[in-house]
Design a protein around this ligand. Sequence first.
Ligand SMILES: *Cc1c(COP(=O)(O)O)cnc(C)c1O
Length: 239
Amino acid sequence: MTDDDGARRASIAVRLAAVRGRIARAEEAAGRGPGSVRLLLATKIQPVELVRAAVAAGADLVGENRVQELVAKGPDLADRDVEVHLIGHLQANKVNQALRWATCVESVDSLALARRLSQRCEAADRDLDVLVQVNVSGETTKFGVVPGDAEALAVVVAALPRLRLRGFMTIGARSTDEGVVRAGFARLREVRDAVVGSRAPGTAGATGLSMGMSGDLELAVAEGSTIVRIGTAVFGARG
Ligand SMILES: *Cc1c(COP(=O)(O)O)cnc(C)c1O
């Protein structure tokens, strides 16, 4: 280990504490209980040594975007008390690999993908937590079902064998206007409320809202986020 590595590890612990402080203040400002928001570390591009440093500093939930990275880092994290979610787009031909390491797929954005996950889980005799990803901003660069279709998709997903619908995920609008970003998060909450309120089979546990990143976590927590996904604020800017 070089001095640089040691310094990066130490700074990860410091930054992690700072992010926890931001979350705690946001919870308080929103009148929400301490611990009502989980911190997921978005570890894309980060080498497994730094992910382990974050886990050693107390991180218990990480998210990978690409199945390739999930597979590469999975073995190194499997023996630790850390939960791994897939938070990036999942192609049908990578479902088996994803299922090997992920305990939750946050990026379910089509019925075809949900059906495939369900079938593979049935074959493997296991359950899987899933979130439906919604594109609340309408930005074409983002994956996710449009808000108008989210309720219908969620109700069908919730009824599929072996899938446990745990809620919804979104990436906030890329806007400097806080009102626009907040409105998107509020939209995801409305989708969640409609689905849980439908009382359709399998929807009672769909209460989670994975929303908020390094730049907008406070807005997301104010709108009811239960998982914030943080990369840059802990690991620094990605090259
Ligand atoms: C990279 C990423 C994050 C974290 O974003 P930061 O701005 O680095 O905190 C969260 N969610 C998803 C889906 C990501 O790809």
